[in-house]
Design a protein around this ligand. Structure first.
Ligand SMILES: CC(C)(COP(=O)(O)OP(=O)(O)OC[C@H]1O[C@@H](n2cnc3c(N)ncnc32)[C@H](O)[C@@H]1OP(=O)(O)O)[C@@H](O)C(=O)NCCC(=O)NCCS
Length: 299
């Protein structure tokens, strides 16, 4: 089984005109148009980096030439490889992949023979409300057990970190099954392992319960890209629930590799003509909403 875990630090990416225009030429036209409509540069950069991560993965690991890759989205938005239909693989096991971008990073997780969902969450203090008020607004997103763990985590910052850790876990599962917003988040509950989550290693001990039953077939990989960014990767059986028990055959977990812009673009080839107006419009965008810029400036 193959595993890929890649991260790109889009928060500190300040693309030159040449980089931005080249990157825009190397993604599908409709994605370029979608990204062009973002109000803030931060969102445009992370979405563009996400598309490059996906294409780099399909090109380098699935062996599809860049120009032949056709990515589409499921009706609920999950990207998949629509063409070419036949892609060879050494082991005969199909790849599954998923993307997340939040905070300062875009991340990609891909796995052979399993379905995969990934979510990254940055621990941030709520802008307009106190932490207890923020938690009150979010009550319905977590179960009573999860809230007890979050609220007994220690200082407010530790409680927020526990909150975002649970959030990333929940989203990674939702993204693996591809349902998006339509899923009742109370149905899935996470029981964290007592082992501390530390940078540079991957924890696989967290347990998942679906409708009160432990899901032995699902594996949750958790890591910290830095002290503020939690990543969760959910790995599950490709077929019907309960169709296979994965744990014995799974290789050791892979940590995220940080890629540079040159890495992202290394196997790329342009799909569309150069569009200088795309740079002009990017340069006009504010980096992020004012509140986020204030938070960054105060660090
Ligand atoms: C769209 C959703 C799948 C994730 O959105 P998100 O967490 O805001 O964003 P992320 O950065 O993690 O992921 C976005 C990427 O996921 C992928 N994606 C989109 N829809 C998806 C789906 N249904 N399933 C899996 N992946 C999906 C896309 O690649 C997307 O990036 P792109 O549009 O630039 O290609 C959806 O689950 C959502 O909006 N969830 C919020 C629901 C909620 O209330 N969660 C609370 C959890 S406690």
């Amino acid at each position: 089984m193959g595993s890929v875990r890649w991260a790109f630090r889009c928060g500190s990416w300040t693309p030159s005109k040449g980089d931005w225009l080249l990157a825009a030429r190397c993604i599908q036209r409709e994605e370029k148009d979608r990204i062009g409509q973002f109000v803030f540069a931060k969102d445009a950069k992370s979405a563009l980096a996400g598309r490059l991560l996906l294409r780099r993965f399909v090109c380098e690991r699935m062996g599809v030439p860049w120009s032949q890759i056709r990515l589409e989205r499921s009706p609920r938005g999950k990207p998949y490889l629509a063409a070419p239909l036949k892609v060879g693989s050494d082991s005969g096991q199909a790849w599954s992949f998923n993307l997340s971008h939040q905070g300062d990073y875009a991340v990609l997780a891909a796995e052979q023979g399993l379905q995969v969902g990934v979510d990254i969450m940055k621990t941030t203090t709520p802008g307009s409300s106190s932490v207890p008020e923020f938690f009150r607004i979010m009550t319905r997103q977590f179960t009573a057990h999860e809230w007890s763990v979050i609220q007994s985590a220690g200082s407010e910052h530790q409680q927020l970190a526990a909150f975002y850790r649970h959030w990333a876990l929940k989203e990674s599962f939702i993204k693996a099954i591809g349902t998006g917003l339509g899923f009742n988040l109370q149905r899935v509950e996470f029981h964290l392992s007592s082992e501390a989550l530390t940078q540079g290693r991957v924890l696989r001990q967290t347990k998942m319960y679906l409708d009160d039953e432990q899901e032995e077939d699902w594996i949750l990989e958790e890591s910290l890209l830095d002290s503020d960014h939690h990543v969760a990767v959910a790995l599950g059986p490709v077929g019907e629930p309960g169709s296979a028990c994965l744990r014995p055959s799974l290789p050791p977990p892979t940590t995220f590799t940080l890629l540079s812009f040159s890495d992202l673009i290394a196997s790329a080839s342009p799909l569309t003509e150069e569009d200088p107006a795309y740079w002009d419009s990017f340069k006009m965008k504010a980096e992020a909403p004012q509140r986020q810029r204030d938070t960054l400036a105060s660090k």
